[in-house]
Design a protein around this ligand. Structure first.
Ligand SMILES: [Zn+2]
Ligand SMILES: [Zn+2]
Length: 192
């Protein structure tokens, strides 16, 4: 959501309550692995803390959906995330990006850390979505299972072993022969 800053920027401490949903279809375009059957809802506020620094805080809730890494079943993951994102004027962010943070990590270390991940605004408008998306993408796990003991797909016939019993007999020697092959290769390398 684009927030017009003219009223907030006049005085430090001014805040605006916000409640809106993110566009789930738009989010899914950014990462094809995820779908958002329930549009993420943000409830919180934007506060001008002074000197052009804005704090976006609140909660982002919703449901994300992806495929189980083992059986590919659609798997839903409800989320309830704490949001605390800092926005600084564009020129400050540019300046900070040019600064080498490694050099003066001392008393200002904490400030630097905050500034390092600050998002820009142009003084007139502030886009809340990059901050909210950053929180969301960081929270979504790289690997999702439909359940901890998901049995996955049968390597021989491809059926879902959670719901079907195909009776295939995967050859346990498979892994041993692969190891044996590796051993042969290593032995060969050592001989040379
Ligand atoms: Zn699964
Ligand atoms: Zn099978």
């Amino acid at each position: 959501m684009i927030v017009e800053l003219s009223r907030l920027r006049r005085q430090a401490g001014s805040r605006r309550e916000l409640r809106f949903v993110l566009d789930g279809a738009q989010l899914a375009k950014r990462d094809a692995a995820w779908r958002f059957p329930e549009a993420p809802l943000f409830e919180g506020r934007l506060e001008h803390t002074g000197g052009g620094r804005y704090l976006l805080s609140g909660r982002l809730t919703g449901t994300a959906e992806t495929d189980c890494a083992r059986c590919l079943a659609a798997t839903r993951l409800p989320f309830d995330l704490e949001v605390e994102e800092i926005y600084l004027p564009q020129h400050s962010v540019d300046e900070l990006n040019r600064t080498d943070f490694g050099d003066d990590a001392g008393a200002d270390g904490e400030l630097d850390q905050e500034a390092e991940r600050a998002l820009p605004h142009d003084g007139q408008y502030l886009d809340t979505d990059p901050g909210l998306e950053a929180v969301l993408w960081l929270a979504l796990p790289p690997v999702v299972l439909c359940s901890d003991d998901c049995r996955g797909l049968c390597p021989i016939c491809g059926c879902n072993r959670n719901t079907d019993s195909c009776g295939c007999q995967p050859e346990p020697v498979g892994s041993f022969s692969a190891l044996a092959e590796l051993g042969r290769l290593l032995a060969k390398t050592n001989d040379e």
